[in-house]
Write a protein that binds this ligand. Sequence first.
Ligand code: GTB
Length: 218
Amino acid sequence: MAIIITAFERSPDGGRGLARDTRVRWALEEVEQPYEVRTVSLRAMKEPAHRALHPFGQIPTYEEGDLTLFETGGIVFHIAERHAGLLPDDANARARAVTWMFAALNTVEPPILELANARLLERDKAWYEKRLPLVSDRVRDRLGQLSVRLGDADWLDGAFSAGDLMMVSVLLRLKPSGMLDEYPNLTAYLSRGEARPAYKRAFEAQLAAYTASQRPAD
Ligand code: GTB
């Protein structure tokens, strides 16, 4: 059954792999499943046809036969459940890997998004300079806690899992800020994630799509 995902027609991240289709591409690459990409414009995302797939009018979505999914947590979990390579066989280890997926999305990503949104949307506010350190400190709190837990391990709980895929994906959003430099083990963790052949293929694929969208039409 062909797998079709959606991605930005013209990603605002400039091909840096920060839009959320990259984590889905990465998961599919890890489990060696071929997929197709349908690109969607910002306007089309809000139209009924796309909202039928994604109630919040966002990307990515995932279609496989008569199954349609949205939310990268749900999509990556589905991929990891259906195909070997992203979740351990041992039931307890599997539950822990899933817990790390949730931790990435529910505990680590929110302050990172808050910081990204503050930088993007609040610069012109009188209170921006006052608020920024508070928001940054909330990110640092999480990074410090994560750094302590990771210690000198390669991955969060034994072998690489969907939990690491999600955590690395979430942390990548911070890379341009330089904030991760304060946590050398997290920087090394990210580099290990980015060095995975499956991540490289996913990154190259989203970059190629971005580059193609920048070419002038014939
Ligand atoms: N919780 C959802 C999930 O995990 O699937 C969030 C999905 C989401 O935020 N999608 C974004 C979207 O569709 C694209 S990835 N936005 C359009 C809209 O809401 O109207 C978020 C994103 C966008 C841009 C950058 N960037 O430029 O660096 C990074 C991440």
